[in-house]
Design a protein around this ligand. Structure first.
Ligand code: NAP
Length: 260
């Protein structure tokens, strides 16, 4: 089951952190459905490898720029250049993030600040940098931020990421309210654990928590990158045209066990 071929023809999308993990699934999906896509992250070697793979494995040309989402001026420059190359920005996917596990009583100011700067401030910087282009989008711009199910609960060992992702969710609600007048929709997706990603490998599998986490997912499995990519297509195409300021959990109902 898939979306109609060409459903995103004529659209241009930027995906931050699009060279790896969930971001790369989003890029492949948007690109194969017809969108022109640009990716931004810090490491040129990641970007070059991904662009080569996208071309060889999916037949899509993906534009790229190096950039750090913590640097507002650098991100603005990268977005403006990419917009020139891919024909504007109709869809912005704020996916770039960093995280590490550390109990709060041992968390340094620098560790806290770094995750808040990448996840929360970085999302703000990207939204600001894309605004003029999103305003100019023919059918209205779309902002989709990648949050996490964990943001709706306390997140022991990841106070920094939990606070940042909760902040992102509130930012999306505010942008939906403020930028609705420009036809811009702002939403977020909350993935549960997605198999084959660096995040799940490092934060769950390597901590020996794989079986325990799966047991607490009512659907009984980790998600796939395509599950998140499909949700991005729903929110960025006309299928989701009246959805704004909303969160879409794509997590096999993982949050259910947290609510009991
Ligand atoms: P990932 O592969 O580590 O992706 C993170 C990406 O962000 C990388 O491509 C990285 O590229 C980029 N990035 C990090 N810091 C950056 C910065 N300062 N400026 C620009 N780019 C930066 O991790 P992932 O697991 O796919 O996660 C993707 C998103 O899904 C994140 O928002 C994460 O919180 C969310 N999420 C993931 C899961 C999961 O199961 N994996 C679950 C819930 C939510 P460079 O190193 O080249 O900068």
């Amino acid at each position: 089951m898939s979306f109609a071929p060409g459903i995103l023809q004529g659209k241009s999308a930027i995906v931050t952190g699009g060279a790896t993990g969930i971001g790369s699934f989003i890029v492949r999906k948007l690109g194969t459905l017809g969108a022109k896509v640009g990716i931004v992250s810090r490491k040129q070697e990641n970007l070059l490898k991904a662009v080569k793979d996208f071309k060889e494995e999916d037949g899509i040309d993906v534009a790229w720029r190096t950039g750090d989402v913590r640097d507002p001026d650098g991100i603005k420059k990268a977005f403006d250049e990419l917009a020139g190359e891919i024909g504007g920005i109709d869809i912005l996917v704020c996916n770039a993030a960093g995280n590490f596990i550390c109990p709060t009583e041992e968390l340094s100011w620098n560790g806290w600040r770094t995750v808040i700067e990448i996840d929360l401030n970085g999302t703000f910087n990207c939204c600001q940098a894309a605004l003029l282009h999103l305003k100019a989008a023919t059918d209205g711009g779309r902002v989709i931020s990648i949050s996490t199910t964990q943001a709706d609960f306390g997140w022991p060992g990841a106070a920094h990421a939990g606070a940042a992702k909760s902040g992102i969710q509130n930012l999306m609600k505010t942008l939906a309210a403020e930028w609705g007048q420009y036809g811009i929709r702002a939403n977020w997706i909350s993935p549960g654990p997605i198999e084959g990603t660096e995040g799940v490998d490092r934060l769950i599998i390597q901590q020996g928590l794989g079986d325990q986490v799966k047991k607490n997912i009512p659907l009984g499995t980790f998600g796939e990158g395509d599950d998140i990519a499909n949700a991005v297509v729903f929110l960025s195409s006309d299928t989701g045209k009246y959805v704004s300021g909303a969160g879409l959990a794509v997590d096999g109902a993982s949050q259910w066990n947290r609510q009991r």
